[in-house]
Write a protein that binds this ligand. Structure first.
Ligand code: AP5
Length: 209
C-alpha cells in the first residue's frame, strides 16, 4: 500500500478518515497533532510551551515536530497515513527526504471552509484524540462517553471558536504552496470532503487503489 499524506483544513475530516483507513485497510496512523497533545498531557516543560502555541492556533516549531514524527515511523515495515504533516513548505521538503524510496500519494480534502467552524466547535474526542464525535452529526450513544472505550469525551482547547478561526488563517497562509508542490509532482488525489464520512471514505478508497 502507498503511504498517504492527508492535506486539508482543520475540521475537513482527516482524523475521521484516518480511523476508517486504519480499521478497514490496515494503515498505521501518525498524527502530529495527537503526538503534540501527548507531550502536553505529560506536563513536561516542553509540553507547556507546546500548549501555549497550540492554544493560540499557531504552528509548533518544525524541528520539534519532525523529531516526534521520526520517532514514530517504521517505513520499511508499515504503510502510514500522515495526518497533520506537512504544514508548510519546509516540512514538505523534510517529508520528501523521509519518504525517499517509498511510494506515496497526497489526499487533498476539498470543501468550502464556511461550515468548518461549526464542525469543530461541536467536535468531542477521547483524550488521546483517537475517537472522534460530533454533537450534531455523529453524537455518542451516551452523552459525554466514548461508545468504544467508555472514556469521558472532551473538547479540545483549540476547538474554541476564536482559536478555530486563527487555525483557518494559518492553514490558508501556509498550505497553498504545499498543495501546489504535490500537484506538480502528480501525486495529488482530490476528494470531496463535503459529503457523509462514508461517502468520503468510499471516494478515497476508490482513488488510492
Ligand atoms: P491537528 O491536530 O493536526 O488539527 P487540524 O489539522 O487542525 O485538524 P483537526 O484535527 O482539527 O481536524 P480533522 O481534519 O482531523 O477533522 P476531524 O476528522 O476531527 O493540529 C492541531 C494543532 O497542532 C495545530 O494548530 C498546531 O498548533 C499543531 N500542529 C499539528 N501538526 C503540526 C505540524 N506538522 N507542525 C506544526 N504544528 C503542528 O473532524 C472534525 C469534526 O467534523 C468532527 O466532529 C467530525 O465528527 C466531523 N466530521 C468529520 N467528517 C465529517 C463529514 N464528512 N461530515 C460531517 N461531519 C464530519
Amino acid at each position: 500500500m502507498k503511504n498517504l499524506i492527508l492535506l486539508g483544513a482543520p475540521g475537513s475530516g482527516k482524523g475521521t478518515q484516518s480511523a476508517k483507513l486504519v480499521k478497514e485497510l490496515g494503515y498505521f496512523h501518525v498524527s502530529t497533532g495527537n503526538l503534540l497533545r501527548e507531550e502536553i498531557a505529560r506536563e513536561s516543560e516542553l509540553g507547556k510551551r507546546v500548549k501555549a502555541v497550540m492554544d493560540a492556533g499557531q504552528l509548533v516549531s518544525d524541528e520539534l515536530v519532525v523529531e516526534l514524527l521520526k520517532a514514530n515511523l517504521n517505513l520499511s515495515e508499515n504503510s502510514y497515513i500522515f495526518d497533520g504533516y506537512p504544514r508548510n513548505e519546509v516540512q514538505a521538503e523534510t517529508l520528501n527526504g523521509i519518504l525517499e524510496g517509498h511510494q506515496y500519494l497526497a489526499v487533498y480534502f476539498k470543501l468550502d471552509t464556511e461550515n468548518l467552524v461549526e464542525r469543530l466547535t461541536n467536535r468531542r474526542v477521547t483524550k488521546d484524540g483517537k475517537h472522534i464525535y460530533n454533537l450534531k452529526t455523529n453524537p455518542p450513544k451516551v452523552a459525554g462517553v466514548c461508545d468504544i472505550t467508555g472514556e469521558e469525551l472532551i473538547q479540545r482547547d483549540d476547538d474554541k471558536e476564536e482559536v478555530v478561526r486563527d487555525r483557518m488563517k494559518v492553514f490558508d497562509s501556509t498550505m497553498g504552496p504545499v498543495i501546489d508542490k504535490y500537484r506538480k509532482l502528480g501525486k495529488v488525489i482530490e476528494v470531496n470532503a463535503d459529503q457523509s464520512p462514508e461517502a468520503v471514505f468510499a471516494e478515497i478508497k476508490g482513488k488510492i487503489d
